[in-house]
Design a protein around this ligand. Structure first.
Ligand SMILES: Nc1ncnc2c1ncn2[C@@H]1O[C@H](COP(=O)(O)OP(=O)(O)OP(=O)(O)O)[C@@H](O)[C@H]1O
Ligand SMILES: [Mg+2]
Length: 464
């Protein structure tokens, strides 16, 4: 059975984190304890790294700066945020957003940090710098991170550094000058711990054992691909009302686990392909009244077998606020995935299109009619294509002349991170990598309409 401790901040209980709390407490010690080398706290997402460190910092009564490195895009922003936080100088319109000092080099940072330490009531008391999501610092110059690992030696004051990361330490060691930090690993939660944490979300009108039964079921289904507490909490919010609707309606007994599981399993199965995607936020889902009534709304219905990745909310994809180029790139990726490469020349060469415009207007009209009903069948499952083919189709779709700029490359990167495009090779070289577009045809057609491109008329099936 997992035990729990109360955190120092909001009074929430931290389940199964006693050992980790103790580890961080030992590192921090008493306000005047001499500082140890930096502490590197790492573990997967939502394992309470930030919460534990903040709790210990608040308990310690030491002066500390806790910086989320995701908000710092340059060393200067990072240095200034640390100094502002430690000195209590906030940039406001009155001081012309000046903050503590302008600080863009390591030399100045060390100089000002000494000043901040000496200006304390008790200059010997330890000062802590906590860098959350510190993997971001790998984007900076190598020596910026090395400085934080040797800060105590450089400043000659009692300064402790705690680094928090989801990435293991080995991935940080790139250059020279790295002093190895002390390690604190936060392991992923066990099933019992996850249930104990999520149990707190039990709705008032539901018996805790019934809620626990649901969370346990959710864990059993999803723990393979997903152990992230935040994502599991999101799934609980999405599906509990659906799961419990037959009980509320008096159709199934709350203890009948098997029948309740049978009723919810198509929905859970459909959700596998959109884990972490958050096509619908928890708040939107609840606002749309997905829970409780037990109706099968469009978004909760299991995906039709015709669509490849179409799941909950997929029909909303064309409303995504994407830049024009990104939308055309999706269309190009879709065509590259569904047309055989040998047909590209015939379909996309501008001259050919002009000729076929004259010859086959009626054919295209028929295709457009097919588009409106969207009843055509795609030839095969999507196939892979190289980047060069994607760009070739992209430029054929664009009306005006466009240069191949870094912009277009960055759109490809964004589409990959949005998972609208899939990379099928793990090759380091981006140019020789292969890609695939697994979006459903209906979504791509709708997206095409928003940029006035008739995707169907470019399909090999229609042109053959
Ligand atoms: N053991 C726990 N008991 C109660 N709540 C927890 C526990 N672990 C995590 N949480 C909750 O999960 C959420 C995420 O925790 P936290 O931000 O501390 O995790 P993290 O490890 O810093 O995640 P990330 O790596 O994504 O930043 C918080 O709302 C926290 O209250
Ligand atoms: Mg965190």
């Amino acid at each position: 059975m997992s035990s729990s401790v109360r955190d120092g901040g909001g009074g929430e209980e931290l389940v199964g984190r006693e050992k980790e709390l103790e580890q961080v407490r030992q590192y921090v010690g008493k306000p005047h304890s001499p500082c140890l080398p930096a502490l590197f706290v790492y573990g997967t997402s939502a394992t309470a790294k930030t919460t534990v460190v903040r709790t210990v910092m608040e308990e310690s009564k030491c002066r500390y700066a806790m910086i989320n490195c995701l908000e710092t895009y340059s060393p200067r922003v990072l240095f200034e945020q640390i100094l502002n936080s430690l000195s209590g100088d906030t940039p406001t319109p009155d001081n012309l957003y000046g903050g503590h000092a302008r600080c863009d080099t390591v030399y100045k940072f060390i100089k000002y940090l000494k000043g901040v330490c000496d200006s304390q009531e008790d200059p010997k008391a330890t000062v802590y710098i906590v860098l959350d999501n510190c993997e971001r610092l790998r984007l900076f110059r190598n020596h910026d991170l090395a400085v934080f690992l040797r800060l105590r030696e450089l400043v000659h004051r009692n300064v402790g550094v705690i680094l928090i990361s989801t990435v293991i330490w080995e991935k940080f060691r790139e250059g020279t000058g790295f002093a190895d930090p002390l390690m604190a690993h936060f392991p992923a939660y066990t099933k019992a711990e996850t249930l104990a944490i999520l149990q707190r979300r039990t709705p008032r009108d539901v018996h805790p054992s019934h809620f626990r039964q649901f969370v346990s079921l959710l864990w059993d289904v999803f723990h393979g691909p997903c152990r992230d507490l935040n994502e599991l909490a999101h799934l609980v919010a999405l599906f509990f009302d659906k799961y419990y609707a037959p009980v509320r309606a008096g159709k199934i007994n709350a203890d009948n686990k098997t029948a309740l599981f049978k009723a919810i399993s198509p929905l859970l199965r459909a959700h596998f392909s959109s884990l972490y995607l958050r096509e619908t936020s928890t708040a939107e889902w609840l606002a749309a009244g997905a829970g409780g009534d037990g109706d099968k709304t469009e978004s909760t219905a299991a995906p039709s077998s015709a669509s490849t990745t179409s799941t909950r909310g997929a029909s909303q994809l064309h409303k995504l606020e994407l830049p024009y180029f990104a939308k055309v790139l999706i269309l190009a990726a879709f065509l590259a995935s569904h047309n055989p490469a040998r047909s590209d020349l015939a379909i996309f060469s501008k001259r050919q299109r002009k000729l076929s415009k004259q010859r086959g207007r009626s054919k295209r009209k028929a295709a457009r009619r097919a588009d409106t009903t969207a009843k055509f069948r795609l030839p095969t499952s999507p196939s892979t294509f190289p980047l060069s083919r994607l760009f070739a189709i992209f430029y054929s779709l664009m009306d005006e002349e466009t240069d191949l700029t870094a912009d277009v490359y960055s759109h490809v990167k964004s589409l990959l991170s949005l998972r609208l495009l899939t990379r099928t090779t793990t090759d380091d070289n981006f140019d020789s990598a292969k890609f695939k577009c697994t979006m459903a045809a209906e979504d791509v057609i709708a997206l095409g309409r928003s940029v006035e491109i008739d995707v169907v008329s470019y399909l090999h099936e229609v042109n053959a």
